[in-house]
Design a protein. Structure first.
Length: 176
């Protein structure tokens, strides 16, 4: 029996690049004035939830009424409780709860460091791996995740750059 070798016709993004690019696309729905975050929760290479940062359901968004944190000149990464927005990681976990999807052992892709509040939710949601593709001034969340034994992988590129790369890659092999 002769074993056939696979011939690669074109390059594809890695699984982490693919879901990170997806998280960046999700972030475009954010209604935060300061910074747009996107999250994707994956089980067995299957998306089970997405989330972006914005006001609670059916409440006015910051892009409509302004940002209290800006008005009060609150530095980024501090006093999270004053923000009216729900973080992307929180929204993704909440969507799993609403739709009956278990986060146990899943991977969370997020476009910036989770804050310490989100990190505690990720730990309790029993997510096993977090892939981060951007930074944030609050690094305590990353420390908490690592202390809890959650694998944290930081992408070398920012999420936006990865999304651009994935689009460019597709265009490079697209036929007319």
């Amino acid at each position: 029996m002769v074993k056939k070798t696979k011939k690669t016709v074109r390059a594809r993004p890695s699984v982490d690049e693919y879901f990170t690019a997806m998280a960046e696309l999700v972030s475009t729905r954010s209604t935060c004035i300061r910074r747009q975050f996107g999250s994707v929760i994956v089980q067995n290479n299957h998306v089970i939830s997405t989330g972006y940062n914005g006001a609670p359901k059916d409440m006015p968004h910051c892009i409509e009424i302004g940002c209290l944190r800006d008005e009060l000149r609150i530095p980024s990464g501090t006093k999270h409780e004053i923000c009216r927005g729900v973080h992307s990681e929180q929204n993704a976990i909440i969507q799993c709860a609403i739709h009956g999807e278990s986060t146990l052992g899943g991977t969370l892709y997020v476009t910036g460091y989770p804050c310490k509040i989100c990190a505690k939710m990720i730990i309790n949601a029993m997510i096993k791996r977090v892939v981060v593709s951007g930074q944030y001034s609050d690094t305590e969340g990353i420390d908490l995740l690592k202390e809890a034994g959650i694998e944290v992988y930081e992408m070398k590129k920012q999420a936006k750059d990865l999304l651009d790369d994935v689009i460019d890659l597709k265009e490079s092999w697209q036929r007319e």
